[in-house]
Write a protein that binds this ligand. Sequence first.
Ligand code: PHE
Length: 371
Amino acid sequence: MAADQEPSASSAGTFQQAADQLKSAFESRLEALSSQGASPDDGLKALEEIRIQFTGKKSELSTLMASLKDLPKSEKGQAGKTLNLLKRDLELGIKEFKQKLEESKKAAELAREWIDVTLDDTYLASNTRSHRGLGSLHPTTRIQYEIEDVFTSLGFDILDGPHIETEFYNFEALNIHENHPARDMQDTFYLKDGNLLRTHTSTIQVRGMMNNKPPFKVIGPGKVFRCEKIDASHESTFHQLEGMMVDKDIKVAHLIYFMKTLLSRIFDRDDLEVRLRPGYFPFVEPGFELDIRCLICEGKGCSVCKQVGWLELLPCGMSHPNVLRAGNIDPDEYSGFAFGLGLDRLVMMRFQIDDIRHLHSADLRFLQQFP
Ligand code: PHE
């Protein structure tokens, strides 16, 4: 300010001029800062310097504020207003700029710390994933899923059931009463509380009947347990897939149709040789054993088919009236078929595995053959 304008020239107009100058100086500093393209951290530091310079205790604004008291009363009001407006504009400018910098700081952090939580399926689809330490589906699980697909496409529902069962679900409801010699057909692991480890998935038939009103079609895959002597074709823990269809007028022809459809889809060939033999199971009448020509030795005889060339694959039959009754179904109105597919044998046939013990061995040399 020129000396001749002081002090009386410190009019409201002069204050306005000073305020305008300060404001435009401030704005050009901010513009310069934003065009510098500094990192958000450096920008915040520079902004703090600008804040101190323009609004701090030693700023020109503070000096002007302090000089207000020397103004004549008539000018004080207008000059004070001008300075307050300037102060507000400066503070607002700082605040907005700071917000922008903080946002870009956050965006930079997010970009830096970004993690892909989605599953990369190209990676999973790779044939060599097991060599990279990634797991893959066990062959039994794969076959189970395939069979589930076949049956769901035929309108079947998939059911589940517990491994620990009561005698009722494992035996009684299946027409195997206490002291029935058929209980000896299945060497059972009993628990101390009188329950047992289910010896077959037929328990799921019973649960299926109790929870569904006919007509229905269900399958129930799962682990089963028997106190077996373990050899190339026997394990104490193995897998079955139970199936049951109940409707009016269900006949053996329906059973055969579904079993043939299943096997040809699973083995993807129509030259499979199968044979039906009578088979005894207390819960079906008539009961059958559906055998398949051994695919490992093509019928010549091997350890898996116990040298006979045929493998028992599919016990099945028409549901016994007592079983339907135990499941609250009137056998005079409805009939049904049931089957219990041995999943492990199917897996062995499909992948040419000659010893069932491989399946539960948890041996990576075996499992890595199924990437
Ligand atoms: N549950 C029988 C078993 O494990 C198999 C079976 C199921 C037989 C259904 C007939 C019908 O031996």
